[in-house]
Design a binder for this molecule. Structure first.
Ligand code: ARG
Length: 471
């Protein structure tokens, strides 16, 4: 802050801070990103000040026009940000005051404390809407991928050991479900973000007859019934960053989901699994080993979840020891928030692109899913249907697996006589059990990977996500 700055804080400071202090305390290098929200918020505030008689009509129109001009200059990259003016709020107000004398009245009844809270809420609000779209795009990519490979089957895994056969689409739809919960979490947090703090002043409101509801309605801080929603406690309003933490928390969980999907894809793309081939655009080669094709985008998605989780923890720690109300520490919220938002948006978007560029190695998948051991549970169910208690049936099938291993056969290669040597309830029809089509036909309770049920779920998602179905 220079002494003669147009928005100098007061006559109180004899000299500005030294260069090192200015550099340490500035936030313009990152909070310039709030410019759009800052300008809209100021126009709303000025409009209200005119309404309550503090600004004249012509002062309001000068302020509004100048702010719009400044916005245009920023948009065009022609605005000269001044680090000595500390942050986005001071930069814009200073530029405004340089253009119109009326600018000096804009900050009436307002503090940077409620101003930054307002800007940040509007920024998070916009970001949620953008992220919502990205999540939908990824869900659509997953559903389309499942539809395209609707016949593909793979082993489902627990403990990363082959467990039971599933449709590939069923596995993908698991992520569509996770992403839907992410979508809902952001939507839910939106209600708490969408509350207008302006009018709270530095800490204790204002003696001026500010019309907070007018500002809230002007800026779209309204409930489902279009009623303006404003914060109810000025001290809470200027020090609350719960909405930043909620956003970061929902984002961290989204990042974790993306990381798990990335990990599945990395495994599937390995020679050991060989279930999928990721398109060249999403992989890179090795500088040393000519044969390598590395799934870098998936690996970075997995890796970047770490910093998104770290950002959430940083924000929680940032808040935990703060006495009421605003403390400069809060300036540290922005880089964590921006980094989280940028990271999850990029990861979600690239994952959607990568899914679209991935193909399934159908025969490899079929071979892996055709492992008869995966139907051991079906064998136990067979016995249950003949009246055997499940625990006993489980034991018998375990003995069958051991027998097959000892005789170097698969479960399906054992003879009916061998089956009956373990449990006399087995009959000739047991051999029909290893037909995967039949196995899938028999799994049709809600949420199971049966043929009809997976098709039903695919169609449900196609309808709700309005995915063009090729079927
Ligand atoms: N740059 C500050 C922040 O990001 C704006 C609020 C400053 N308020 C103050 N009283 N110093 O938190």
């Amino acid at each position: 802050m220079t002494k003669n700055s147009p928005v100098s804080r007061s006559g109180r400071f004899g000299s500005g801070p030294g260069a090192d202090v200015a550099q340490f305390t500035e936030s313009i290098s990152f909070d310039w990103r709030l410019w759009r929200q800052d300008i809209i918020g100021s126009i709303a505030h000025a409009t209200m000040l005119e309404k309550i008689g503090i600004l004249s009509e012509s002062e309001l129109s000068e302020i509004t026009q100048s702010l719009e001009q400044i916005g245009q200059e920023i948009e065009d990259g022609k605005f000269a940000w001044k680090p000595e003016l500390e942050d986005v709020h001071m930069n814009i107000e200073s530029a405004l005051t340089a253009r119109t004398k009326a600018g000096a009245k804009l900050h009436t009844g307002r503090s940077r404390n409620d101003q930054v809270a307002l800007d940040l809420r509007m920024w998070v609000r916009d970001e949620i809407l953008e992220l919502h779209q990205e999540i939908r795009l990824l869900q659509r990519a997953l559903v389309s991928f499942g539809r395209k490979n609707v016949k593909a089957v793979i082993p489902g895994y627990t403990h990363l050991q082959r467990a039971q056969p599933v449709y590939f689409a069923h596995h993908l739809l698991a992520y569509v479900e996770m992403l839907d919960r992410d979508y809902d979490r952001f939507a839910d947090s939106f209600q708490r973000v969408n509350v207008c703090p302006l009018g709270s002043g530095a800490i204790a409101g204002s003696t001026l007859p500010l019309d907070r509801e007018f500002v809230a309605a002007f800026l779209g801080f309204v409930d489902a019934g279009d009623k303006p929603v404003v914060t109810a406690n000025s001290m809470d309003a200027v020090s609350d960053r719960d909405f930043v933490i909620e956003f970061s928390s929902a984002a961290a969980l989204l990042a974790v989901h993306l990381s798990r999907l990335a990990e599945d894809m990395i495994l599937w793309a390995s020679s050991e699994f060989n279930f999928i081939k990721i398109g060249d655009a999403y992989t890179t080669g090795s500088s040393l080993m000519p044969q390598k094709k590395n799934p870098d985008v998936a690996e970075l998605t997995r890796g970047k979840s770490g910093r998104v989780i770290g950002n959430l923890v940083s924000l929680l720690v940032l808040l935990k020891g703060l006495p009421m109300t605003y403390n400069r520490d809060l300036q540290e919220d922005k880089e964590r928030l921006f980094d989280t938002a940028d990271t999850v948006r990029a990861c979600t978007r690239l994952m959607a692109g990568m899914i679209g560029a991935t193909s399934v190695n159908l025969d490899h998948c079929a071979r892996a899913a055709g492992d008869p051991t995966l139907l051991a549970t079906d064998l136990a169910d067979y016995l249950v249907k003949k009246g055997v208690a499940f625990r006993q049936a489980h034991h018998s099938v375990g003995s069958l697996v051991a027998l097959a291993e000892a005789r170097k056969k698969t479960l399906s290669q054992l003879t009916v006589a061998e089956y009956r040597s373990i449990d006399a309830h087995f009959a000739a029809d047991v051999k029909g059990l290893f037909d995967l089509n039949k196995a899938f036909a028999a799994r049709n309770s809600t949420g199971a990977p049966g043929t009809a049920e997976v098709k039903k779920q695919l169609m449900r998602w196609e309808k709700s996500l309005r995915v063009e179905s090729e079927a």
